[in-house]
Design a protein around this ligand. Structure first.
Ligand code: NAG
Ligand code: NAG
Ligand code: NAG
Length: 420
């Protein structure tokens, strides 16, 4: 029933700066990033200017208290926000964030122990999607549980744990972070094969985004556990089982990823694009088993997803069938009118920038039978094969794909600029 908050949307801008876009997109990002980041910080307690009584380290979804009331804290959204902040901290872009990060960890250690309608800490309560901003349980009706939260929280905190270990502070990892991480990782290992509500909080089934982020968390969690003398082979066993299950979302006849196993929709959903960018690992190359951004399956899926919005939004009228258009959550969406959305459209751009990074690193790109329809948008009739970065075909394709991505970012950026 609810959208991931606007804070997360703005973060897409910060993390998509890594590939050299056209100068107009570059300049937009350098202008917008500090604005977006200040907005994020303003929404975190206790001193954020819009945080309205939130406890320390608590991210509010929005200051809005009516139509709709979003003055709550979601585990998914908070973890995605702090993943981005932790990335900035550990990469040295902003060393001032440490206090906030420590407060986030403390707040989550507390919230994990709060009994709520999903259960207690040991009976399913970690799957509770949202809490009041004073860290008490939200007891109203809701789509619960949502099982991506513990996984995303673990991934965020593991990023910080790895930095602390590399900087001579393993004792803090073992004493303070590991107890929080172990609860979340054990929850994921024990519950991934249960249904729950999807990231849009509407469909109760299994969900691609949830399954994929659970896989990531257990892989990273297992590596950290081994490094600190807490090796747990069940994390590896369950990660392998999850990865196996992840393959079942692929729809070979439709050439796309079906977002949810339930819900009675077409299955085309920003869920799947967000999955590729939130599990992006440049070291994994174009691996299709984990649906990396440049994998044939993720690219085929991207085309089917984008095309689902060409005819349903007025703003997309008259745009060439191979050019960038505005996208939304899923074509059947009716929430708040079911409109295009920055977060979804930027996710498409981000997947393509991620893909360009890896192709440039690898010095080639592959066109397979699965990804051929995606590449054919940019070079009609392109043949299946490997195109080295020295080839004119590689130059043609990557230039067109960068223009397409810039078109998405640019169109949305222009709209966003009108609002602020
Ligand atoms: C380890 O990190 C924690 C969290 O930031 C900090 O409070 C503590 O002082 C650090 N310890 C050392 C020895 O640096
Ligand atoms: C549990 O895992 C099995 C084996 O992958 C799969 O067939 C089944 O759909 C899964 N169920 C849920 C709810 O994840
Ligand atoms: C292209 O395919 C080959 C053979 O499967 C593989 O070794 C290589 O990593 C792929 N390159 C990219 C960029 O996907």
């Amino acid at each position: 029933m609810r959208l991931l908050n606007v804070v997360v949307c703005a973060l897409g801008l910060i993390s998509s700066h890594v590939f050299a876009q056209s100068s107009s997109v570059d300049s937009y990002i350098s202008t917008e990033s500090p604005i977006a980041k200040a907005g994020i910080i303003a929404n975190i307690g206790p001193i954020g200017s819009k945080s309205q009584g939130a406890k320390a380290g608590i991210v509010i979804a929005s200051p809005s208290t009516t139509n709709p009331n979003y003055l709550f804290t979601w585990t998914r959204d908070s973890s995605l926000v702090f993943k981005a902040l932790i990335d900035q901290f550990v990469s040295g872009q902003d060393t001032s964030l440490r206090t906030l990060i420590d407060q986030f960890v403390s707040s989550q250690a507390f919230i994990q122990q709060v009994s709520n309608p999903s259960g207690t800490v040991s009976s399913g309560g970690l799957g509770e999607p949202k809490f009041n901003v004073d860290e008490t349980a939200f007891t109203g009706a809701w789509g619960r549980p949502q099982r991506d939260g513990p996984a995303l929280r673990a991934t965020a905190i593991i990023g910080y744990a790895n930095w602390l270990r590399a900087n001579g502070n393993s004792s803090w990892v073992t004493s303070t972070l590991w107890p929080v991480l172990k609860l979340d990782l054990d929850y994921v290992a024990a519950n991934w094969n249960q249904t729950g509500f999807d990231l849009w909080e509407e469909v109760s089934s299994s969900s691609f985004f949830t399954t994929a982020v659970q896989h990531r968390a257990l892989r990273e969690g297992s590596a950290l556990a081994s490094a600190i003398g807490q090796a747990n082979s069940n994390y590896d066993t369950q990660a392998a089982n999850i990865l196996c299950f992840l393959q079942s979302y692929w729809n070979p006849s439709g050439n796309f990823v079906t977002a949810n196993t339930g819900g009675g929709r077409s299955g085309r959903d920003a869920n799947t694009v967000l999955t590729s960018i939130h599990t992006f690992d440049p070291a994994a190359g174009c691996d299709a088993v984990t649906f990396q951004p440049c994998s044939d399956k993720a690219l085929a899926n991207l085309k089917v997803y984008v095309d689902a919005f060409r005819s349903i939004y007025v703003v997309n009228n008259g745009i060439a069938t191979n050019a960038a258009v505005a996208t939304g959550r899923y074509p059947e969406d009716s929430y708040q009118g079911g409109n295009p959305w920055y977060l979804a459209t930027f996710a498409v751009a981000e997947q393509l920038y991620d893909a360009l990074i890896v192709w440039n690193t690898q010095g080639s790109l592959n066109v397979t039978a699965i990804s051929q329809p995606f590449f054919a948008q940019f070079s009609s009739g392109i043949a299946v094969g490997t195109y080295p970065s020295s080839s004119t075909t590689y130059a043609t394709l990557t230039t067109a794909i960068k223009n397409f991505a810039d078109g998405l970012a640019g169109a949305m950026g222009a709209l966003l600029a009108l609002l602020i």
